[in-house]
Design a protein around this ligand. Structure first.
Ligand SMILES: [Fe+2]
Length: 291
């Protein structure tokens, strides 16, 4: 087979670039060598024109210029290309019974400590939204309760907005730090979150439109759990039945993270009208577990 024109020179060029990667840090050399190898392979495969290459550079410059103290367009780009979920996947292996991890997303901020059972909806959504209880137990992968686990939860309101995006919501709204009791149980009262679009007014939104993709994330509650002696977990609880579960713009859905939010009349939760309840148990991996 006749090689593509310039193949020898491209081989020599790649070898020269890889040969120039030096320095003390072996891991950095591996990462830089890997990305150079993949970028060169991409160029050889797709043969971008110079105009296309310049347009890609311009795109990345605009992604950078869109970043502010409170907005990271690069993270959004990584999320939208599934790279964040891929990094999550390679970093969080464990026993099959563990609760799977999922991406943190861009809306985490410090949450107020609240007692178990607290109402975490304190803005106008409390009147509008569908009253909801989320409850469950934190255990290890063998079902042993984890007392003193700290759950950091955050979610959007019934209109799909986080407190940081909505001047009508008080700071810390729809966020909480909850500590499990001796039985590992946790619960809180809230409103049902809505699905929402990722920000589309920047270059990443432009890219989504250009490749014919919607920007929606299925409704979810974010949860981070920290407990002594256990691996930290960052994950989501997704609302079963959401129309975007099969096409999450951030590719973060895992079957085990989808919970039913069912009509309930359970008197334990002290609700004074109809509400939805979702049970979501969290199984942490013990530190030192080789799996
Ligand atoms: Fe979110």
């Amino acid at each position: 087979m006749t090689p593509e024109p310039g193949t020898d020179r491209l081989d020599a060029l790649l070898a020269q670039v890889l040969g120039s990667v030096a320095g003390e840090d072996a891991r950095l050399r591996e990462l830089v060598g890997g990305i150079v190898t993949h970028l060169h392979a991409f160029v050889r495969e797709t043969r971008p024109t110079e105009a296309e290459w310049l347009s890609a550079v311009d795109f990345l410059v605009r992604v950078g210029h869109t970043c502010t103290e409170t907005r990271n367009e690069f993270i959004l780009l990584s999320d939208m290309l599934g790279v964040t979920s891929a990094v999550d996947e390679v970093n969080h292996t464990g026993p099959p019974t563990m609760t799977p991890s999922s991406v943190e997303g861009p809306f985490h901020s410090p949450a107020p400590p609240r007692p178990l059972g607290a109402w975490i909806a304190e803005g106008p959504e409390r009147r509008r939204g569908e009253p909801t209880v989320v409850h469950g137990r934190v255990t290890d992968c063998d079902g042993v309760p984890v007392a003193g686990a700290v759950l950091d939860v955050w979610q959007a309101d019934d209109a799909g907005h986080y407190d940081s995006q909505d001047p009508e919501q008080p700071d810390g709204n729809l966020r909480a730090l909850l500590t499990t009791g001796p039985d590992g149980a946790y619960w809180f009262r809230t409103v049902l979150p809505s699905s929402y679009p990722v920000p589309t007014d920047g270059p990443v939104g432009e890219l989504l439109r250009a490749i014919g993709r919607h920007p929606m994330r299925p409704a979810h509650v974010h949860v981070k759990v920290r407990a002594a002696g256990h691996r930290p977990l960052t994950t989501h609880v997704f609302v079963a039945g959401d129309p975007y579960l099969g096409s999450d713009a951030a590719f973060a859905v895992k079957d085990a993270l989808v919970a039913d939010f069912r009509p309930s009349a359970d008197p334990r939760f002290g609700m004074d009208g109809p509400f939805l309840a979702a049970e979501f148990d969290i199984r942490l991996v013990k530190e030192g577990d080789p799996r």
